[in-house]
Design a protein around this ligand. Sequence first.
Ligand code: NAD
Length: 451
Amino acid sequence: MSAFKGMIKRIDDKTAKIVIVGIGYVGLPLAMSFSEDDFQVYGLDVRDETVENLKKGISHINDIPNERLKKSVDLGLFVPTTDKSIIADADAIFICVPTPFTKNKTPDVSYIEDASINIAKYLKKGHIVILESTTYPGTTVELVKPILEKSGLKAGTDFTLVFSPERVDPGNDEYSIENTPKVVGGITPEGTDIARRLYGAVVGKDNVVTVSSPTIAEMVKLLENTFRSVNIALIFELATLCHRMNINIWEVIDAAATKPFGFMPFYPGPGVGGHCIPVDPFYLAWKAREFDFSTKFIELAAETNIRMPDWIMGRIFDLLNRESKVVKNSKILVLGVTFKKNINDSRNSPSFRIMELLLHHGADISYSDPYVPEIIVGEWHDDYNPLLANPVGLKSCELTAEFLGKQDMVILIVDHDVFDYKLIVDQSQLIFDTKNATKRLGAKPGNVYLL
Ligand SMILES: NC(=O)c1ccc[n+]([C@@H]2O[C@H](COP(=O)([O-])OP(=O)(O)OC[C@H]3O[C@@H](n4cnc5c(N)ncnc54)[C@H](O)[C@@H]3O)[C@@H](O)[C@H]2O)c1
């Protein structure tokens, strides 16, 4: 008799219990979707502070407002916890833990390993384990499966295992979990089918795309992100060429984007950030080497993207030079420190590298970001060697006419909608707009220089 007998019924009547391991940018929205669909959801995290705040209805993810979180917590449908034994009570266990890289740009899958070791301790017959963290093709079968099988249970017969790539796009008001198709690939057709039904409950059954294995599903995610990385690098290269040729890249892209087929616009900027585009190509490149394969094209794109802040720095030297100024001791204000607009996530944001370079060259820097009240520039991370001998702590500044007027240069890195662009343009002496954000004011003002 199948170990999964009764699972379909429990999914259909919503009595299946769900544990989500890792309650961050990916895990929390997933927890909300299932709990709002009347499933009992447990949010398991290793960070006490995160769990305590979640229990009080305080969200750390700005796509999930406190009111929305509180509703599920108050109804008892979302229970944040640090108690790993909750896994034993579950039917479905989702892994949504981080997958960063090391300083040498090799995959750091230690969070997946830790989560899998904890799950193995409480694994039972009939469990379905779904990995959502972005990772190299083969992780589910080669890394997670053997760890879970140390429990003595056999994958495919006693428990089942699936990979389903996360497609969360923070700050995107149009697409959320509920209306974004979900790709699922299990180690057996039965596992894929259970996952299809589970996700179908929140995204709709016609919105689940099944593939033949977890490895295919893992590669799907890397194709999506590598596609972005390569196109971003291409537009970076064209932007730097256009600058040399005195051609407005923004006008070029806008005109090209009128082609209704065969073209998709990508826009330049100060570099890539977040935990997908700067990281994922290196996961793929690392795995490819196992097959004596060098992903030159993909790695060239990743390197091009990493170098962008250095090119921005060159432009800053050049623009100040025009005013007979140098970077050293110049007052430079950075607008925006998140990795994209209208969100509060600043991980891997190119702003930090640019601020580090500015500090390294002796600039007197400040920053303003309504989503990030304070930051530390030049901090040591597991995956980052900073340029500065000592980290520098900064607090977000209020944008007033007087403050803007005192700056030698304002660099717009993130085009948050909440910035008062008229105030910025009217009161600043010199603006380097890396996102063409001032376009919204109409004709380009004389004190604005575009990337
Ligand atoms: N944030 C995004 O926009 C996004 C989009 C697509 C894919 N992803 C991928 O999803 C995964 C998760 O990313 P995220 O942004 O949600 O990360 P996050 O850092 O926001 O959240 C991860 C959470 O996991 C917790 N955690 C770590 N180890 C744990 C363990 N052993 N047991 C329980 N909890 C543990 C952390 O405390 C943290 O709260 C990554 O692989 C990432 O690349 C993220």
